[in-house]
Design a protein around this ligand. Structure first.
Ligand code: TYD
Length: 137
């Protein structure tokens, strides 16, 4: 079963324009360990809002703070940790079986998520006790 150790911050390759015209980051097949089936993004999130509050049975996700920042609280059923995501050239790989909650969104923040599967509500564990049971199997 997955643990916090399976959560990785992955550097996203970056091309810095030599003429000072900004940066370009690109995610190709070799950057993340799954094929992307779905892309979604969170935006217009109020600073006092909380997102997440679930885990996934199968889904792998790669989360990129395209703009601004937010905190993510991660929990593998035994241990917890909190990270702040605020660098658009660093993404967070979240394997299946990890409970996550996000809060403290900065104004104008945008969080893009690359996902290994199509959307399926059946893949969600939205009840914390059901999550703990899933982890103990
Ligand atoms: P959810 O994953 O719970 O959002 P968050 O973890 O950011 O708080 O999704 C919120 C709602 O959007 C929920 O009703 C499911 C729906 N949804 C889709 O229909 N398709 C998708 O690809 C996603 C990610 C969510």
């Amino acid at each position: 079963m997955t643990t916090l150790e399976d959560i990785l911050i992955i550097d996203i390759p970056k091309i810095v324009d030599k003429k000072g015209r900004g940066k370009l980051s690109v995610i190709e097949k070799n950057v993340i360990p799954f094929d992307i089936k779905r892309v979604y993004y969170l935006y217009d999130v109020p600073s006092d809002a909380y997102r997440g509050g679930h885990a996934h049975k199968k889904l792998l996700q790669f989360m990129i703070p395209l703009s601004g920042s937010f905190d993510i609280h991660l929990d593998d059923g035994n241990n917890k940790k909190k990270l702040m995501l605020n660098k658009p050239d660093k993404g967070l790989l979240i394997p299946n079986g990890i409970w996550r909650e996000m809060d403290n969104f900065s104004s104008g923040s945008v969080c893009m998520v690359l996902a290994s599967e199509n959307f399926s509500e059946d893949d969600y564990l939205r009840d914390y006790d059901a999550f703990l049971k899933f982890k103990s199997i």
